[in-house]
Design a protein around this ligand. Structure first.
Ligand code: ZN
Length: 223
């Protein structure tokens, strides 16, 4: 019989995503950020103590608070719906039917199965129906969803769905090429491998359109 924890370990090591939504509880934001930082600080203290580290050492003294702040305010700061980038779009009829591509958007995320970094690049494209967004907006949307415990497939889908909503079109695509430190630095220790995920909406499902996008980004997996 396989123990439940073992089964969960395996699910995580295989990086299987279970849904397009980040699995948040309904009470996720009942605590304030400050309350969360205080609670996580004690948890990190406990982890380091359990590992036998001396938390009175000058170098380690500030670590629990530093890590707690980093979790809540930075690397998992994109969990809070209030931090979602505003959806300002503008009309540009000259761009109608044109493919707009923003490539090489830096992705810093965190694997939700191991809590280790995912580092890579996102390439995002849409075909304008007359509505356009500023290019930095695409970077901000990528960054917002990256700042969560993530699974790369889910991150890719969340970026596409948000842009589809903002631009009011199905014609959005995203390709992410990223390295997972949980794969590169532990487990099978494969330093060279990277993972490519793609989501093609609307017209990007057509071969010709998809090829045009992929030609624009000329996927180069070195970084
Ligand atoms: Zn992982």
């Amino acid at each position: 019989m396989i123990h439940n924890d073992d089964l969960n370990d395996q699910l995580g090591d295989d990086h299987i995503a279970t849904s397009a939504e980040t699995p948040l509880r309904s009470d996720a934001f009942e605590m304030s950020d400050e309350e969360k930082i205080n609670s996580i600080k004690k948890d990190v203290e406990n982890i380091l103590n359990t590992l036998g580290l001396d938390l009175t050492d000058d170098s380690l003294k500030g670590t629990p608070n530093r890590v707690a702040k980093m979790f809540v305010k930075e690397i998992f700061g994109g969990l809070h719906p209030h931090k979602k980038p505003g959806s300002s779009t503008f009309e540009n009829k000259y761009k109608y039917g044109e493919m707009l591509v923003e490539k090489n958007i830096t992705v810093y995320s965190t694997c939700e199965h191991h809590l280790l970094p995912i580092v890579g690049r996102a390439h995002v494209a849409y075909i304008s129906n007359g509505t356009v967004v500023g290019l930095s907006k695409m970077n901000r949307i990528v960054d917002y969803y990256a700042k969560r415990p993530q699974v790369q497939e889910r991150l890719t889908i969340q970026i596409v769905q948000e842009l589809q909503r903002v631009l009011n079109t199905e014609d959005v695509a995203c390709v992410i090429d990223a390295k997972h430190l949980c794969v590169n630095s532990r487990g099978i220790r494969d330093i060279e491998s990277s993972t490519v995920t793609a989501e093609f909406g609307g017209k990007f499902k057509e071969d010709k359109v998809r090829r045009e996008f992929l030609d624009y980004i000329k996927l180069d997996t070195t970084f």
